[in-house]
Design a binder for this molecule. Structure first.
Ligand code: SF4
Length: 207
């Protein structure tokens, strides 16, 4: 299917941004601002990354996914190891708003919040229309399953090139400090990230 024209894509994206800005579907995030704007990346990106949720010291402040906190710094190093420039990728999250505990600390988004935001995720994927989708962590991989069912798991498919919904899918671990310390070291994650280069080459998008 031919990609939407640039103008149509930008119009669709602008609509998404304004709908998200007016969204109050999640009762515990009504006072948050969704992280979705041109700062997420170019709308003609061929590769789209999905994380879990904006962090309170990161994207919730900077309005740029994976920036301003330790997860963002870890992600920047891992991305640099692939040779991919950040301005060539689009980055979003399974939920667009920052989920917090009453104490103010970050928390995992609930299943309900992920379901509430899945239509925004589906529409971002349809609008950007990337060749390759990269999920960062278990929550992002599961969120894709709400859009089009899959049986991929992080444990079995990390760093592998999978086929999902007419696109290539590369499941990777989340770059949070906790994951790097207790689940997947930076060296292991750098090895996983090489799958992105293989996926780009396999569809001729590495130029
Ligand atoms: S997380 Fe998504 S669905 Fe929930 S309030 Fe924010 S934009 Fe709306």
């Amino acid at each position: 299917m031919p990609r939407a024209t640039e103008q149509l894509r930008d119009e669709r994206f602008a609509r998404l941004v304004s709908e998200a800005a007016a969204c109050h579907r999640c009762s515990m995030m009504c006072d948050r601002r969704p992280v979705l704007s041109e700062k997420n990346g170019p709308t003609n990106a061929r590769i789209l990354f999905i994380g879990e949720a904006p962090g309170r010291h990161g994207a919730d402040q900077t309005r740029v996914p994976f920036s301003g906190d330790q997860s963002g710094r870890n992600f920047a190093r891992l991305l640099a190891s692939t040779g991919l420039e950040r301005d060539r990728i689009f980055i979003t999250n399974a939920v667009l708003c920052n989920p917090r505990k009453p104490s103010g600390a970050n928390r995992r988004p609930t299943a309900r919040e992920i379901a509430n935001c899945s239509d925004f995720l589906r529409r971002q994927i349809e609008t950007i229309d990337p060749t390759i989708v990269v999920t960062l962590g278990r929550v992002a991989l599961a969120a894709l399953g709400r859009i089009e069912y899959h049986r991929f798991s992080l444990r079995e498919h990390v760093g592998r090139i999978c086929h999902w919904n007419g696109r290539l899918l590369v499941p990777l671990y989340h770059p949070s400090p906790q994951v790097l310390i207790s689940h997947r070291t930076e060296r292991e994650q750098m090895r996983d990230y090489r799958a992105i280069g293989r996926a780009l080459r396999s569809c001729g998008e590495d130029r």
